[in-house]
Design a protein around this ligand. Structure first.
Ligand code: NDP
Length: 386
């Protein structure tokens, strides 16, 4: 019998929903790269479209785990030294966590987790796990690659439009009973004809580029690996060999690369200074890629025209985090990858990975981040240990 310790975000403040806004969600079978969506033997312990990412939703895992004699602990209490997470960690064989409400598996916590074999991210992005320490301790790290890439890409498109068109302040004026059109439009532009730059054109970065193409933007990107000539031609996409060459010519930047030790604080004062005045920055990758106070300074000075994203550090962000109140921000809590549609896929992927683990069958290569003491699968191309 294994103990599975699962950390999920808290239930809605009004309680677990008795019903939903829609009756169903579209059935998706494949991602853009041909990869099939999660396909556990099941049955799933939930109906697709239900809220399973929060504590009461339990990712729908309880029926499967209890039928097989395992113990499931689900909590949102994860940070304090006497948290439920810390109490159960020493006996846990599997830890499941989410980027939205991450149970940080630091080196110290991994040292305490003597029985830990699998750290499973229900979603994408395993930077809340010290991957080096996990590799050294022989812990396998896996995530549900692909499960929410389009969910995030759609969110980025929404943020591009809402920043450039000054949507959020204009909505506020409407809500408050106002009608001052000049206040709304004094910062409102069309995106058509602007230059858009992707820093990283992986699954999400490329999906954003594809979705923005019909808006008539000029598209640019930089990435350690160049895309195929076919894709560059299809999107009329200009490749830049480095970030500096890209950021000085574009009006909107989408930061979409993974966080690992050497990409921490990648965007700092020096980087902002190289951007065009009035440029916008979108970051749904990770909060720590951007130096917290440098963004605030760039917005206050007017050098940055707007900043939007859903990723912070730490998470949850403290109530006085300056990104909540800095000017021209379009911040949300970390929600882009946890729409109800995304939850259905990452919960099914979590079940698929657990079935593999308990049945001793191989996990999909694309789900592996660390295995056998080193980066593996998707981890070998998307992450670095230093
Ligand atoms: P991918 O692995 O598909 O793409 C990441 C891309 O980043 C790869 O093309 C990689 O290049 C490139 N890259 C790596 N290092 C650099 C660098 N130093 N400069 C420029 N590009 C770099 O990942 P996804 O697109 O699926 O996800 C990207 C990130 O988005 C995740 O790591 C995660 O942090 C975040 N994310 C956020 C979510 C949310 O809810 N907000 C949900 C899902 C993911 P190459 O492989 O060619 O070396």
């Amino acid at each position: 019998m294994a103990k599975i310790l699962c950390v999920l975000y808290p239930d809605p403040e009004g309680g677990y929903p008795p019903s939903y806004a829609r009756d169903d969600i579209p059935v998706i079978t494949h991602y853009a790269n041909g990869q099939t969506v999660p396909n556990p033997k099941g049955p799933l312990g939930f109906k697709p479209g239900e809220l399973v990412g929060c504590v009461s939703g339990e990712l729908g895992l309880r029926p499967y785990l209890e039928k097989n004699g395992h113990e499931l602990i689900v909590t949102s209490d994860k940070d304090a030294p006497d948290s439920v997470f810390e109490q159960h960690l020493p006996d846990a064989e599997i830890v499941i966590s989410q980027p939205f409400w991450p149970a940080y598996l630091t080196k110290e916590r991994i040292a305490k987790a003597k029985k830990l074999k699998l750290a499973l991210t229900a979603g994408i992005g395993s930077d809340h796990v010290d991957l080096e320490a996990a590799a050294q301790a022989g812990v396998t790290v896996a995530e549900v690659t692909g499960s929410n890439s389009i969910s995030v890409a759609e969110h980025v498109v929404m943020m591009v439009l809402s920043l450039v068109r000054n949507y959020l302040p204009s909505h506020e004026i409407a809500v408050k009973g106002g009608w001052n059109i000049a206040d709304c439009v004094q910062r409102s532009y069309d995106v058509e004809g602007m230059h858009f730059g992707a820093i990283a054109a992986g699954r999400i970065g490329l999906a954003v580029l594809r979705r923005l193409k019909p808006f008539g933007l000029h598209l640019h990107y930089t990435d350690p690996h160049r895309l195929s000539p076919d894709i560059e031609k299809e999107l009329d996409l200009m490749f830049h060999p480095d970030v500096e060459s890209l950021i000085k010519v574009v009006d909107i930047v989408n930061l979409q690369m993974p966080l690992y030790p050497s990409t921490e604080h990648f965007f700092n004062d020096a980087m902002f200074a190289k951007m065009k005045r009035g440029a916008y920055l979108i970051n749904t990758a990770r909060g720590k890629l951007v130096e917290r106070d440098a963004v605030v300074r760039a917005l206050k000075s007017g050098h940055l025209g707007g900043y939007a994203g859903d990723v912070w550090f730490p998470q949850p962000a403290p109530a006085d985090h300056p990104w909540r109140t800095m000017p021209w921000n379009g911040m949300t809590p970390h929600i882009s990858g946890t729409s109800l549609s995304a939850q259905t896929r990452y919960a099914a992927g979590t079940l698929e990975i657990l079935e593999n683990y308990f049945e001793g069958t191989p996990m999909r290569e694309e789900y592996l981040i660390v295995d056998g003491g080193k980066l593996a699968g998707t981890g070998a191309s998307s992450y670095k240990l230093t």
